[in-house]
Structure formats: C-alpha cells, structure tokens
Design a protein around this ligand. Structure first.
Ligand code: PEP
Length: 255
C-alpha cells in the first residue's frame, strides 16, 4: 500500500514573519490527517525555522536542492549531511527549474539523489517533458530517459528509498494542469518502466504529480491509480489551499 503524500515547494518565496503564520496554519490543518503524509520544502535559510515550527507535528520538511559532493571547496553549495543536521527528511532533486535555469543534467541529478540517500534523506526526483516535447510525441522517450538515468545510478534499492515526481514542465506555474488521464498515463508508464527492473520496488514507489495542483483539482488527480499525491508550488504558499490539498491526499488514501 503506497501512502499518499503532498509536498509543498516554496521555491524562492517567504520571509520569517510570513513563514511563521504559514507554518503554524499548516501544522494546525495537518493535525487532522489520518493516513496521508505531508511536507514542505523551504529555502535553505528557513530550515531552522521550519524545524522549530514543525518538529513533533504531522508535517515533515526538506530542502529544494542539495550538492552531489559531501564536502569541500564548493562555494555556495549545501551538503546532504548539513540538511540532515536541520532535521530534513526530504530534498527535491532535478526540479525542472534546476534543470532549465541551472543546467543540471541527468547525471548531475542522479548524483544528487545518490548523495541525498547516502546521508539518510529521501530524494524527491523530478522528471517531466517540455511542451515542445509533448507536442512532438516524445514524452515517454524524455521521461523514460530521465527515469533510467536515476534508476541506473541508484539501483532498485536506492529507488525504493526515493520518491519520484512527474512534473510536466508546461504545467509548472502556468495554471495549466495535466488532466488526470494525462497524469495517470505517464505515471503508469514510469511504473511499468521500473517494473522491468524490479516489480516489488515499482509497485511500492510513490510517484507524485506536480504542475498547477490546486485545491480544486487535487482530488481528481489523486484519485488516479498511479498518482500517489502531489508536488505543489504556488498553492503551497496559501495555507488553506495547501491544507485542502493535503486533505484531498488523505481522502484519496485507501484504508
Ligand atoms: C513546482 O514548483 O514543483 C510546481 C509544480 O509548481 P506549481 O504548483 O506552481 O505549478
């Protein structure tokens, strides 16, 4: 049985006072979750604030990026061990903004996921096609290549300790959500691809959908058989929206 999971990606948003009220509201709203899990991935400087606000609550926390290196002369980078020191459970890896704006390729993404696992973090590995790729009918080729790179590097054991997020680039921050059928089709494709490597791991792997998830569309997305929850950007900055998405994940979770 795969647990449903809703994860907020705050991107480069927030301030100490804004975060305080958002985190307090999320803690209160998440208290009633019965089955699903939820988490927020915050900017690095706010990890200590997240840790102190969320410790002991039903809300886990994490970061949005991690270095593939354990330590050393890498100015501006943050290691997985540092994230663990702040109680992080999750870290986003290979978000499309990292791939597109910061030149992260499949090999770098795989190395980052490996570094996260080695430190005891759960990497949330993001994959997804651009609009041109979808329109060119190469979605499965692109997503399949991204997934294979991570699977080759981590092996079935590493993937079993990871989360995948399918995030079509054309749906991120655009207000244009994939239909539940489009999401399900790609999720089933990914699960089938991984089943070719290890059926048990593939059946147990959480695969989140990301791309303009909102309170108004979360339930129909999470109702799909292979959609195990959501990675949420904009809507995660609005407490009532994010709480409603977490509750949709909770309701979608089979007993
Ligand atoms: C994201 O940042 O991963 C994301 C899916 O953003 P949004 O929900 O705003 O589309």
């Amino acid at each position: 049985m795969r647990q449903r999971l809703a994860v907020g990606n705050w991107k480069m948003h927030g301030s100490l006072p804004e975060n305080r009220s958002l985190l307090d509201a999320i803690v209160a709203g998440a208290a009633g979750l019965r089955r699903a899990a939820c988490a927020v991935c915050v900017p690095f400087p706010y990890l200590a604030q997240a840790q102190s606000a969320l410790a002991g609550s039903k809300v886990a926390w994490g970061a949005q990026n991690v270095s593939q290196h354990p330590r050393g002369a890498f100015t501006g980078e943050v290691s997985a061990a540092m994230l663990r020191e702040f109680g992080c459970r999750y870290v986003l890896v290979g978000h499309s903004e990292r791939r597109q704006l910061f030149g992260e390729d499949d090999a770098t993404v795989a190395a980052k996921a490996g570094a996260a696992l080695a430190a005891g973090l759960t990497p949330i590995v993001c994959v997804g096609e651009t609009l041109a790729e979808r329109e060119g009918n190469v979605t499965e080729e692109v997503v399949g290549r991204q997934v294979a790179a991570v699977a080759d590097a981590l092996g079935a054991g590493g993937l079993a300790a990871s989360v995948l997020a399918y995030e079509p680039v054309w749906a991120i921050g655009t207000g244009k959500t994939a239909t539940p059928e489009q999401a399900q089709a790609v999720h089933a494709f990914i699960r089938g691809q991984l089943a070719g490597r290890d059926g048990k791991m593939a059946a147990a792997l959480q695969i989140l959908y990301g791309g303009s998830v909102k309170a108004s569309n979360a339930a129909e997305l999470f109702a799909k058989a292979d959609v195990d929850g959501g990675l949420v950007g904009g809507a995660a900055l609005v407490a009532q929206e994010f709480i409603a998405i977490c509750k949709a994940a909770d309701s979608a979770q089979p007993d």
